[in-house]
Design a protein around this ligand. Structure first.
Ligand code: AHG
Ligand code: MN
Ligand code: MN
Length: 334
């Protein structure tokens, strides 16, 4: 049997990929792993604990009802970033504004982290897979000062690292630093993430489509046409229609497509004219992972990571998954 490689060992080993690295990014990735172990522990007990399950009683800036676990996960990640010293500020889906850290220690941090602390909130109460998503950038402002909005509003192409944690039938952490994608499974008996999915590649083609089809009549007609005349038909080269699979937790839908091949679509609709998913906390990090695994991520018209963000909570239409499937879907849009 081959030796187990822990995430920590793997990160340390890969540090030499970055000749000028001083170890801060490695420490930051390790910190994220620690925070996600704590969140995972809470997720695993959610059904038993009244202080973990259910609604918080507030709505966030995006008008969405916050669940207790959204807030718990948000606080947990922020606490670890504030204590680590690698990060000078963060922006999170659950906070109105970005948060520059004001301690002298944190002002020395080289990085900012943008994250969705808990993705798939509507699935918490029904024991369905949920996740966390993170995106790391080098700061633009000067070291020793407070983080600025400009540090947060960077193109996806400038990401230094990105990843997600999936609290599914097992807890997994998947990340990239721009040199491929690797996945680690949490072994609860030793409390360590261990390398289980080295060098992940998204199949070029798959046969799964994931979309909230309740929206099919409120989005542009090309999408309905793609679903009805392409995904749901038997066509030359296809012996049966594609399978529709929609979990409603982006991380979980994405992870399945990363492994099996498939496409995920959340288009703009008449209800959400810019789409629903957030560019900085959801789309850019998953786009980075998709491209690093050989897949594609677009708005239906252009690469997601080329977009210059103008607002923290900016939303975009999102088409992500197997390269050929995303190209096929895009060909249905004018
Ligand atoms: P979040 O829980 O972080 O707000 O994200 C929910 C997102 C995403 O995870 C999911 O794919 C999508 O919203 C589901 O939206 P619909 O319920 O509109 O399908
Ligand atoms: Mn989300
Ligand atoms: Mn969320």
């Amino acid at each position: 049997m081959s030796k187990l490689i822990t995430l920590h060992e793997f990160i340390m080993d890969r540090q030499s990929d970055f000749p000028y690295a001083s170890g801060e990014l490695s420490r930051l990735l390790s910190d994220i792993a620690v925070a996600s172990k704590v969140v995972s522990k809470d997720v695993r007990r959610a059904g038993l604990m009244e202080d973990i399950l259910g609604a918080q009683g507030n709505t966030n800036i995006q008008g969405e009802e916050q669940q207790k676990l959204d807030v718990i996960a948000d606080k947990q990640f922020i606490r670890i970033f504030q204590a680590g010293g690698e990060v000078c500020g963060i922006a999170s889906e659950e906070n109105d504004d970005f948060m520059p850290f004001d301690s002298e220690f944190s002002k020395q941090g080289k990085y900012v982290v943008l994250f969705d602390p808990l993705d798939g909130s509507s699935n918490i109460d029904v024991n369905v897979s949920i996740g966390s998503i993170f995106s790391i950038y080098r700061r633009k402002s000067e070291k020793g000062t407070m983080a600025t909005l400009e540090d947060m509003l960077q193109n996806g192409d400038d990401q230094v690292a990105a990843g997600y944690v999936l609290y599914g039938s097992s807890t997994m952490l998947v990340y990239t630093t721009g040199k491929g994608v690797n996945g680690f499974t949490l072994d609860p008996s030793i409390g360590e993430f261990c390398l289980s999915h080295p060098d992940m590649k998204m199949p070029e083609m798959g046969r799964i489509y994931a979309m909230n089809e309740g929206n099919v009549n409120i989005c542009e007609p090309g999408i309905k046409e793609y679903i009805e005349t392409y995904c749901q038909q038997i066509l030359p080269g296809k012996d049966k229609p594609y399978s529709g699979r929609y979990i409603g937790s982006l991380v979980a839908d994405f992870h399945r497509n990363l492994i099996k091949g498939g496409i995920y679509i959340y288009p703009d609709t008449t209800v959400d004219p810019e789409g629903k998913l957030r560019l900085l906390y959801e789309c850019n990090p998953l786009a980075f992972i998709a491209e690093q695994a050989g897949g594609l991520a677009t708005t239906g018209r252009k690469r997601v990571m080329e977009i210059q963000p103008t607002r923290l909570h900016q939303r975009v239409p999102f088409f992500v998954g197997s390269k050929k499937m995303v190209e096929q879907a895009m060909s249905f849009l004018k």
